[in-house]
Design a binder for this molecule. Structure first.
Ligand SMILES: Nc1nc2c(ncn2[C@@H]2O[C@H](COP(=O)(O)OP(=O)(O)OP(=O)(O)O)[C@@H](O)[C@H]2O)c(=O)[nH]1
Length: 307
């Protein structure tokens, strides 16, 4: 089993961690990649002025429309390209390794996982269909010349800044690759006590992004199978909408804008509203039981309405 997941490092340059200092020429590329007007998104709770060195951004501004118009896998020998984007330290490298099958998983990965350029290549079987997948977690990957089939925006549920960063990355991506499907991922769900972003908040954000939200822990390898399945289905063009959860692709049918808006608003309604409704139901039950006290209160209400 372990042999199946063994990774062969080829002649490709080693993967760079964002936390390590960059050579000057790479710093320049990173600066080019971030346009000033994208560093703050109107509508966010606070203006986020992230230092450029603290972010992970693809070079997307020179992306050509011809590249955008065709699925990436058609220009890459049939391999599905999955790109992980997100702020530094959110766990992209850990997630890439986990997705590429570096730990035990029930999902079938039937060929050796290997480093492919700056990504990891493996073959996965989803819905009885084999797909070659390349997973990239490196900002140096130039999306302008090599578009991806699905983009996974990763944040850490313990870091609100990284959550805001996904909104910015989404805008950057939408500018140049409007067709590329997105999956929003909240990593580090195991760090329950340090959580800054609730599932509900992230879910609402995913609804606005019109994408799926998945929560997982790359360290514990919890939820990563589901992410890989969703990514492969999405990259293949199978419909995986915001309602997709727990491996049920049927639930992913696209909702109308109205019902999505309704669900979004329902998420904003304070919980006390639900409790009030329950109280109302309790009152009804009490009334049926013929509670004396309730009847007295009820009568006083009637009196008030008469006034
Ligand atoms: N508790 C917990 N820690 C995690 C998880 N995923 C990653 N980490 C830790 O978070 C730190 C950063 O993880 P990386 O995978 O290097 O994050 P990255 O986004 O690739 O960071 P850069 O390479 O700097 O861009 C490491 O110490 C990981 O062990 C997780 O699911 N849970």
């Amino acid at each position: 089993m372990a042999d199946q997941y063994s990774m062969f490092l080829t002649t490709a340059p080693p993967l760079r961690r964002g936390s390590t200092p960059l050579p000057v020429k790479h710093q320049l590329r990173r600066e080019e990649a971030v346009s000033d007007d994208c560093d703050w998104i109107p509508g966010l709770e606070e203006p986020t002025t992230l230092p450029i060195s603290d972010t992970t951004v693809p070079r997307v501004e020179s992306f050509s429309q011809s590249a955008a118009s065709q699925p990436a896998y058609q220009s890459s020998g049939g391999a599905l390209k999955i790109v992980l984007l997100g702020q530094n330290g959110v766990g992209k490298s850990s997630l890439a390794l986990s997705l590429a099958g570096q730990s035990d998983r029930s999902l079938s990965i039937d060929s050796e996982t290997q480093a492919c350029g700056e990504g990891y290549e493996c073959t996965v079987t989803v819905d009885d269909e084999d797909s070659k997948v390349i997973i990239y977690d490196n900002w140096k990957q130039d999306l302008s010349t090599m578009p991806c089939d699905v983009c996974i925006l990763v944040f850490s549920v313990t870091d609100r800044r990284s959550f805001h960063r996904t909104a910015q990355l989404r805008l950057l991506l939408r500018e140049s690759q409007p067709q590329t499907p997105i999956i929003l991922v909240g990593n580090k769900s195991d760090l329950v006590r340090s959580r800054e972003i609730s599932s509900e908040e992230a879910q609402s954000s995913a609804m606005m992004f019109d994408c799926v939200y998945l929560e997982l822990s790359a360290s514990l390898d919890h939820g990563t199978n589901e992410l890989l399945e969703a990514a492969v289905r999405t990259a293949r063009g199978d419909c995986v909408g915001p309602g997709w959860m727990d491996g049920d692709p049927g639930a992913g049918r696209r909702e109308s804008l109205t019902s999505r808006a309704k669900r979004f608003l329902a998420g904003l309604v304070p919980r006390s509203y639900g409790r009030d409704r329950d109280r109302g139901r309790y009152r009804e039950m009490s009334r049926h039981r013929g509670s004396k006290i309730f009847r007295q209160k009820s009568r006083s209400c009637h009196d008030l309405s008469a006034l």
